[in-house]
Design a protein around this ligand. Structure first.
Ligand code: OSB
Ligand code: MG
Length: 368
């Protein structure tokens, strides 16, 4: 496919309410969008890097610069491109997986839109609806948390994930379990807020029947997760630590996780995400689709990936209205606790032009 130009857009998206995690409070998303223009079709992708380097080392401003200054020149130099060849063209650049993922995803969307093939079908999705869970931020008090969780359950969400940190862990988990009963699907995510020395404390979560405890220790401490896994009955899920299919393979081999959260941005793209899925499937480790407060652009593509057969646990893909009063695309809605996988070509959606114009803060066009 011949690329005529690539547009990098920055969009400011206010969140409906602040989202607090162990790494900080988000009240706005600073989104980098990648638009690939070819003679046959236009492809769109969203970079999941956040405004600040707090979840991981990447952030939107850096993703924007590395894409314009280092990734696109390499993509352009490779001549006619296919999505399957993007990763190897960008491989000389170390790291920056979220930026690379967005470039590859935009090329893939253009390619599939030109061919009339939906992303789900291209990736091998076997499920047409994705079970929708919700990630509930850290609250100021337990009563406020119970109120939020109650609202999520009445909105039909099939699983609740509580963000935790030291000082907000056993008590909120115990309170939610007691108030809503043993039947609700419940899990916790620490975003690496603990250390190996907290093993005894974290065992305090074991009585509450959590589906999993996500990323208690820091990204690099895969060995620590393996040790911790041996001292807890709650299954460990890794998010931040799983940066590639290789990392997934090794984490599973040493017993660091019984479950894997898959985020395409974190692993460098949808094609690598599928390899992570395959490695986990071969090892009998179930996976689920994570989220990064995506707009409809990223949400659509994540739904396609989540249709693969080993995505057997509820996702973090909630409805657009969980985060945005006005999404960039037609909004995604939860129905009976699920969201359908888009079935139109490519990711199946594109930004609504008038909404995009209203929210865009910066545009840069690059040409071969
Ligand atoms: O750790 O899963 C995470 C949001 C931003 C960064 C990291 C995480 C999250 C979430 C929310 O938990 C997922 C979502 O609803 O998009
Ligand atoms: Mg997480």
């Amino acid at each position: 496919m011949k690329i005529e130009s690539v547009e990098l857009l920055r969009v400011g998206m206010p969140l409906v309410s602040p989202f607090r995690t162990s790494f900080g409070t988000q009240s706005r998303r600073d989104v980098l969008l990648v638009r690939v223009i070819t003679p046959e079709a236009e492809g769109w992708a969203e970079c999941v890097a956040m405004a600040e380097p707090l979840y991981s080392s990447e952030y939107a401003g850096a993703a924007h610069r590395v894409t314009a200054d280092h990734l696109l020149p390499r993509l352009f130099a490779s001549g006619d491109v296919t999505a399957a060849a993007v990763a190897s063209a960008l491989a000389p650049v170390r790291g920056h997986r979220m930026a690379k993922a967005a470039v590859e995803a935009a090329v893939l969307d253009a390619e599939l839109k030109a061919a009339g093939v939906p992303l789900g079908r291209h990736l091998g999705a076997t499920q047409s609806r994705i079970v929708s869970g919700v990630s509930v931020g850290i609250h100021d008090s337990v009563p406020e948390l119970l109120n939020t969780v109650g609202r999520c359950l009445s909105d039909g969400y099939a699983r609740i994930k509580l963000k935790i940190e030291p000082g907000w862990d056993i008590e909120p988990v115990a309170a939610v379990r007691k108030h809503f009963g043993d039947d609700i699907l419940l899990q916790a995510d620490a975003n690496s807020a603990y250390t190996r020395a907290d093993a005894r404390h974290l065992a305090g979560l074991d009585p509450y029947g959590l589906l999993m405890l996500e990323q208690p220790l820091e990204e690099e401490d895969v060995t620590g997760h393996a040790e911790l896994a041996r001292s807890l009955t709650t299954p460990i899920c890794l998010d931040e630590s799983i940066v590639s299919a290789q990392a997934a393979h090794e984490a599973i081999r040493i017993g660091a996780c019984a479950v894997v959260n898959i985020k395409p941005g974190r692993v460098g793209g949808y094609l690598e995400a599928r390899r992570v899925h395959d490695v986990c499937a071969a090892a009998g480790v179930p996976v689920w689709a994570g989220g990064m407060l995506e707009t409809g652009i990223g949400r659509a593509a994540n739904l396609a990936l989540a249709g693969l057969p080993n995505f057997t646990l509820p996702s973090d893909i909630s409805g657009s209205d969980r985060y945005y009063r006005q999404d960039l695309t037609e909004p995604f809605r939860v129905n009976d606790g699920t969201i359908p996988v888009p079935d139109a070509p490519g990711i199946g959606v594109a930004p609504l032009p008038e909404i995009l114009d209203e929210l865009v803060t910066e545009r840069e066009t690059l040409r071969p």
